[in-house]
Design a protein. Structure first.
Length: 381
């Protein structure tokens, strides 16, 4: 049976060069980076080399990069410490953020009784910048938390504009950039952002490792206590092989960015055109069919299928060897459906199946042809 992987927004296939790099480190550089002997010093030097490499891609200081277990921990670190240590009493966010942000915000509201404001969204899920400014104007001691690229519908935030608004109103700015780092160039000297969260497995690196960018002098304190690793910002023995894998994956992503972006954009365009031709009643959620306001890496489709067929659609595609998703992989098993789509779709459209197809350089047009043919068979059966 042919198999097709269209779920790269959930996790990506590892680059072969990354696997080689990780394997080499695990075999030869297995010392504890906190040890003072030669094995430990070698491991420590690999981590610091990776830190400098990551920092260079974002145009920041190496001291501003803190390695974590992934994007969720990085989000939690910034949000928790901003309230606990930096005097934030209001968080402005949106209702379509990743749950790593939304659940943390809810916890902070319960624990510290902070004020939470949700910025208005248009029918496509884009934030209302005038409303954001109004919220900034009426509140003090604010942190704004808005993701750069939405992981379900692909909307792109004008991150520079939000940063300028935060600067004007003296607010802190946190952005979950898990779906954008490695796919878009970010110069953090040109963007007024205090904290970002990144995860390696979204750009063909290993799972279980990511990093937080913490602007120098922010005053952030640890979320995890126990040792002085990561300059005292994150206790625990560092996962050296994963950090080196992250470095290699990010290096490769930016080395081949223009070429890969053009190729994957072509796949997305071909998928949209093929799907429209095959199933004219199909629609696309958010702005994912627009290349100016959406990432080139995914589309979110609403299919003209009855509720009876809808419940089995993902299962039927899986039986044909096609991997895609209904939304964030972190919500798999939930009966509540997508909180993102619930904010922007009509009650009628919510009854139809919406599927996210996300692409990478490892996909082909033949993969798309097979997926579209399979969708036609399921829709028409």
């Amino acid at each position: 049976m042919k198999t097709v992987y269209f779920d790269s927004a959930a996790t990506t296939q590892l680059n072969p060069e990354v696997i080689t790099e990780i394997t080499n480190v695990m075999q030869t550089d297995y010392g504890n980076p906190s040890s003072t002997h030669s094995y430990g010093r070698t491991a420590k030097s690999l981590i610091e080399k990776a830190r400098k490499s990551v920092a260079k891609h974002l145009n920041v200081s190496a001291a501003e990069i803190i390695f974590t277990s992934g994007g969720t921990e990085a989000d939690n670190l910034a949000l928790n410490s901003a309230v606990r240590d930096l005097g934030v009493t209001t968080i402005i966010t949106s209702k379509i953020e990743h749950h790593a942000v939304l659940y943390m915000v809810n916890q902070l509201k319960t624990q510290f009784n902070i004020n939470v404001e949700y910025v208005d969204l248009d029918h496509c899920g884009h934030i209302n910048y005038d409303n954001l400014e109004a919220l900034l104007n009426k509140n003090s001691n604010v942190l704004v938390s808005l993701m750069h690229v939405n992981n379900e519908i692909g909307n792109i935030l004008d991150i520079k504009r939000v940063g300028e608004l935060c600067k004007t109103y003296k607010a802190l700015f946190h952005s979950d950039t898990v779906q954008s780092v490695g796919h878009f160039k970010l110069d953090l000297q040109e963007i007024n952002v205090d904290f970002i969260a990144v995860s390696a497995h979204k750009f063909h690196g290993p799972k279980g490792v990511g990093f937080a960018y913490i602007k120098k002098g922010s005053g952030i304190k640890p979320l995890i206590f126990g040792g002085e690793q990561e300059r005292g910002s994150r206790a625990g023995t560092e996962s050296v092989h994963n950090i080196v894998g992250l470095e290699k994956a990010l290096d490769l992503s930016y080395l081949n960015l223009d070429e890969d972006k053009a190729y994957v954009s072509g796949l997305k365009k071909y998928f949209i055109e093929s799907l429209k031709k095959a199933i004219p009643e199909v629609s696309f959620n958010g702005n994912c069919s627009c290349f100016e306001n959406s990432t080139y890496t995914l589309i979110n489709t609403c299919l003209p299928v009855s509720p009876e067929k809808a419940s089995m659609l993902l299962f039927q595609l899986d039986l044909k060897g096609i991997a895609c998703s209904k939304g964030s992989a972190c919500q798999s098993g939930s009966s509540k459906g997508s909180h993102v789509l619930n904010e922007i779709l009509s009650e009628e459209d919510m009854k139809k199946p919406s599927l996210r197809f996300s692409f990478s350089k490892f996909n082909t047009k033949e993969d798309i042809d097979y997926a579209v043919t399979s969708l036609i068979e399921i829709v028409n059966q």
